[in-house]
Structures are given as structure tokens and as C-alpha cells.
Design a protein around this ligand. Structure first.
Ligand code: ADP
Ligand code: MG
Length: 295
């Protein structure tokens, strides 16, 4: 079983979109996949078509009342399951103050769960709270979704420091497996600069004993694609909503890369990102509006 936390304390970088659509891609390949929605905003829950609070207990009851994951889990598509969130989760931090071992409740629940999942993907809230700590203690891998803008690396040191502390004190198995560029605008110079900055950032901090010793930038990048922004309101993954969109292509590619396969052909080159775009860079830069369906 692979347990992966999608983590970045910033909001709007693509954590939920990645959790849901990567999970759907893996489930579509036949892997039994579980999404754990740890964000009180319940976006992943909604994205997968459930109404928070209407479909029985949520991770709130798992974390605060010891309800087992099996009682909360719902199957939303073939091989695809979710333990949903609820706004009450926002109060879990306060409710758990003073309870011993509160950061390992989710880990213990997962360990006790008899269901043999191939992948467990955890959608984290945009904070370094007790909910995020539970994800970091339950996970073995962290994927950091980033948006390629000029403040992308701001806060990354703090995030890595937290991961380091958790790996040192509670979860020795924890590794950062990679950084994923989301909402990626192919053909922009900024994307290239952020990639260089990231490489420098990780090179400068690499050390075999640190949890990000093997972290890499995924070759797959998730392009900005309007279909990805639309599908949550239909309660569908991109593979249900727009299976031939670029969003579906990119998340399908990521699912392969996470399993050690080559990314989709569009991401096979290591050259400058502009060479990786399907359309010539010039066309993209000059086009005032990108062609419909390709945004
Ligand atoms: P986070 O979970 O980190 O807060 P989300 O995954 O919710 O981020 O993404 C923030 C917003 O951007 C959402 O409205 C989402 O639909 C949209 N979005 C995410 N990824 C893309 C993408 N590749 N292209 C277009 N819109 C996207
Ligand atoms: Mg989110």
C-alpha cells in the first residue's frame, strides 16, 4: 500500500484537484484507491460527488470519536473510495488538545483497517495543523503541488522543516517523493525560472539523511485547463467529465510517473518547458486567448 499526502500550506495550488484526479486515474487503472479528505472545506468530498454531512459520519468522527475508517468510507466509482470531510473537522484541533498521541490517530486507524488498498491519497488543508500532522504521520510519501509563480518557493523551507521534524520524531518512513507543478502555463518564461529555482533549492539542501534526499520535480506538469476547474461542480473527476481533455492527459501521465512509468509523450522531453508544449511557443505567446478546450 502506498500512502501519499498532498501537502502545501498554501491554498489554491492544486492539492485537491491532484488528490481527486490522481486517485481517479489510479482507480481507472484498476488500483484500489482511497481518498482521505482532511480539509474541513470538504472540497475533495464534493468533487467526488458527496454532500458533506449527508452521507453519514466523516473523518471528524474518526479523529475525535474513534469511529473506524470502514464506517466512514464510501465507494464513489469502481475501485475509488473516499472518507469524507465535514466542516466540524475545523474544530478537531481544539477538541484534541490534551489527548495523548493525537497526531497518530489517523495512522493507527489506517494500520487497523483490514481493507487492502493499493493507494491512499490524503488531501491536506492549507495549514500546518493537527489535521496535516495526522496526514504526515500516516503517510510514507509527500507530494508537494506548487504553482509556478514568483512566490512559489516562499514557505517551502517551513514546509520541509515540518516534514523533517515529523520524520525525525514520529515517522521515520516519511519521504518527499516529489514536487508537482500545477496550474502550469506552458511556454511562459516564469515556469522555466521557477523550475531552475526549485532545482537549486533542493540541490542546496540535499543530504542523504533528509526526507527529501530523493525528491524530484515530476516531469509531468499539470497544465492550466478549464475542464479541471469545471468538473468539481459536477461532482465528477476529470476522467468522467472530460476524458479527452488536457487535464485528463496530465493526470493520467502523473499516475504513470508515480508508478515509475514514463510520462505522457508531451512531457517526455527534459528540455525547456516551451519545447514541451503541443503548440509552438510563439503561437501560444501571441494568442490573446488560448483555443477553447485547451486552456
Ligand atoms: P488547493 O486544494 O491547493 O487549495 P485546488 O485544487 O482546490 O487547490 O485548486 C484551486 C482552484 O484552481 C480550484 O478552483 C481548482 O478547480 C482550480 N484548478 C486547480 N488545478 C487547475 C488546473 N490545472 N487548471 C485550471 N484550474 C485548476
Ligand atoms: Mg484543497
Amino acid at each position: 500500500m502506498r500512502r501519499i499526502a498532498m501537502l502545501n500550506q498554501k491554498g489554491g495550488v492544486g492539492k485537491t484537484t491532484t488528490t481527486v484526479n490522481l486517485a481517479a486515474a489510479l482507480a481507472g487503472e484498476g488500483h484500489k484507491t482511497l481518498v482521505l479528505d482532511l480539509d474541513p472545506q470538504a472540497h475533495a468530498t464534493l468533487h467526488l460527488g458527496l454532500l458533506p454531512g449527508r452521507s453519514g459520519p466523516s473523518l471528524y468522527e474518526v479523529l475525535t470519536q474513534g469511529v473506524p475508517l470502514a464506517k466512514v468510507r464510501r465507494e464513489v466509482a469502481a475501485n475509488l473510495f473516499i472518507c469524507g470531510s465535514h466542516i466540524d473537522l475545523a474544530g478537531a484541533e481544539l477538541e484534541l488538545i490534551g489527548s495523548v498521541g493525537r497526531e497518530v490517530i489517523l495512522r493507527d486507524q489506517l494500520d487497523a483497517d483490514p481493507e487492502p488498498f493499493d493507494f491512499v491519497l490524503m488531501d491536506c488543508p492549507p495549514s500546518l495543523s493537527i489535521l496535516t500532522l495526522n496526514a504526515l504521520c500516516a503517510a510514507r510519501e509527500v507530494v508537494i503541488p506548487l504553482q509556478a509563480h514568483f512566490l512559489a518557493l516562499h514557505g517551502l523551507s517551513k514546509l520541509l522543516e515540518t516534514i523533517h521534524l515529523v520524520s525525525k520524531r514520529v515517522n521515520r518512513d516519511l519521504k518527499v517523493s516529489g514536487v508537482l507543478l500545477c496550474l502550469y502555463d506552458a511556454g511562459t518564461r516564469l515556469g522555466g525560472e521557477v523550475i531552475e529555482d526549485l532545482d537549486r533549492f533542493f540541490e542546496g539542501r540535499r543530504n542523504a539523511t533528509l526526507p527529501w534526499a530523493e525528491a524530484r520535480l515530476f516531469r509531468t506538469r499539470i497544465r492550466r485547463n478549464i475542464r479541471l476547474a469545471e468538473c468539481p461542480s459536477f461532482g465528477q473527476s476529470i476522467f468522467q467529465y472530460a476524458p479527452s481533455s488536457r487535464g485528463a492527459e496530465d493526470y493520467g501521465s502523473l499516475a504513470g510517473e508515480i508508478q515509475g512509468r514514463d510520462p505522457a509523450p508531451v512531457w517526455m522531453t527534459d528540455a525547456e518547458p516551451r519545447a514541451a508544449t503541443a503548440a509552438p511557443a510563439d503561437t501560444l505567446e501571441q494568442a490573446p486567448v488560448a483555443p477553447a478546450g485547451h486552456l
